[in-house]
Design a protein around this ligand. Sequence first.
Ligand code: F6P
Length: 327
Amino acid sequence: MAKEINRIGVFCSGGDAPGMNAAVRAVVRTAAYHDLHTYGIYNGYEGMINGDIHRLETNDVGNIIHRGGTILKTARSERFRTKEGRRMAHESLMAHDIDALVAIGGNGTLTGANLFEKEFNIPIIGLPGTIDNDLYGTDFTIGFDTAVNTAIEAVDKIRDTADSHNRLFFIEVMGRQSGYIALYTAVGSGAGSVLIPELSKDIEELMSFLKKMLKRKRLFGLVITAEGNENGSTQEVANMVSKKLTDYEVKVAVIGHLQRGGSPTAMDRMLASRTGHAAVEGLIKGQRNVMCGVHNNKVVFIPIADAIKKTKSIEQELLDLAELLSL
Ligand code: F6P
């Protein structure tokens, strides 16, 4: 028999992602529908340790579905990595009689949740809240679609000026360990080449692609790099290329945190609302230590251990597509 749940704590942790607010709203309103109480834990695991915990009523999550960032704030907590930090966090939860958690965040957040659930036997459901799209078991993560749309909008603008001046632009998008944003941005913006952490492409390969472009009288170029690509920083890669290829004037643009903000797209609002709702329903039915995602347009529950440890592979097909369509 699953333990009865009365009070759910919800928090966001790690890097923020557009759609987190829609997820919080879905959790609070689904809980209220079942006459359960929701407590917002502010500033992620840090706030849990500090007891920064407050009741959330349905009205508190009104007018937030369209807002980027997170009303609960977020943080990366070093203290939660320690046993003592986690003990303090558990004490705060007990002080508020919180008997289940919904954790919204990426790999680091869910790694912490996995450990916490095992140490203190508290039911936890994770929601994939990260722009990086690097969690296994869900087709997309909350915030990814918005981040890619933002990046594409930026690349479209750079394309105009690259074209006017016949320049080769290296455009860096986010993703220290994940190339999803770079890959989708490249295909969606029509950029020719993409450098990502998962699949190394050496500079020679890139050079031969750029030479092919030149042969076909492409007078300007767009190369998308993920911040974690293995060839060095985007500026270093651009320097290497500009030394070897003098036909182009080379420029660098870093899109940066612009990608993390802004109003969530319809796709992110849908994903957040569906998984936020399903997380509460899942807790009521006895699900625990799982991440709730969407796969093939169906809500699914994946063991958190799998979501964080198994690798979501990059589609080589999309990499090839970016190159093929831009020549
Ligand atoms: O995990 C999301 C993410 O935006 C990564 O793509 C990026 O590498 C990292 O966070 C940046 O983190 P911060 O905002 O702490 O510099």
